[in-house]
Design a protein around this ligand. Sequence first.
Ligand code: PMP
Length: 431
Amino acid sequence: MTAITHDARRTTQKPPQQGDVVRQANTYLVGGVNSPVRAFRQIGAEPVMLVRGRGAAVVDVQGRRYLDFIGGWGVLILGHNHPAVVTALRRRISQDIMTGLTHPDEIELARLIREAVPSVEQVRFTVSGTEACMTAIRLARAYTKRDKILAFDGCYHGHGESFMARRRAGLPKGLAQEVLSIPFNDVAVLEETVRQHAEELACVIVEPVAANMGVIAPRPGFLARIRELTSRHGILLIVDEVVTGFRLGCGGAQGRFGIQPDLTTFGKVIGGGLPIGALGGAKRIMQHLAPEGEVYHGGTFAGHPLSMAAGIATLKELTAHPPYERIERLTQQLVGGLTTETERLGVPVLITHMGSMLTVFFSDGPIENDQQAKRSDRELFGCWATSLLGDGVLIPPSPFEALFLSSAHTEAHVERMIRAARVALRKIPSR
Ligand code: PMP
């Protein structure tokens, strides 16, 4: 079997057949992927494999170009291969790729985060958002000397054991008892659950704007109520800003909604495209991590110099030239255009959005929690997404992910997406 190293721009070789690539992927990788959503099974399409990208454009292994709205699952707020990030990485690589000891850039990236996010006094870097969330709840359990955690149905905090407790497979039976999960946006259930378990809860962890059941904004007052109840009962509030951190502004969702969590988890944007995660919060809590405290966390790659360099370049760019207003205007333009098209064609669609992220639900709505999100028509979404793909527009291959815009998107890109969406909507079978 020949290796698939085809690069359409650099060779005159014929591109590999899609079927061959998929077959090879399935031979060597479980399900052909290293992260399930990349298999495109949720929309019943063949997986796209990307080999290059610049700005808002990406190219697949067969040389097909797409306008990208996946944005590295929210990582690439500056678009693919932003020059400032590329330059920073080149400079770092010329010095060393891996140090294995503390690099001054770790201090600098932590400082940039602390300056932007007032609830963060100290930072610990990890390699992924999963690791950051896992470590944050371990810290919360040690700090409060309580075991239970409260999370919200449909929110995702990575695949740490506690967060997977309800899926059961491969997890000890007892774990599920330590994890309570309630509907997002339901204050009455929240109040009742906290009342019942006040003495046992170590933390409440929440995506301040849900982005893993589609984009779902918190109802007015929902986050503030969580903060009130947790403060009253000595429960730590962990706000998971892996997606929203430096995406909904430099201050993240907590800046936007005016809440002060005890701990915050980050990932995605802060690594500028390289693997990263981080947790941060008040020093009195963070000091419980080793080597100051008793909660162990460490890692060969934690604070990796390349991630730090790309992250610093990204955060400096975001602070020096904040793109937020412009990207959010473009997002509004996209939402407006898509709404007009769906209304004109009489397709029941609800577009949820916040900042530069949005989800297109094939549903009459309303959608304020995961139960309502799951009632949307996934089959119609699949038809629509597959048709967009065929037209060179790449959106997440799942009805429960967010589309992300970046500073590399333009009005012309948005218009192109709206045109493609119109064509794709016309192809949808009527119900
Ligand atoms: N938290 C949230 C809100 C996420 O969206 C994700 C991943 N999409 C994670 C945590 C886990 O991050 P990672 O994939 O880097 O482990």
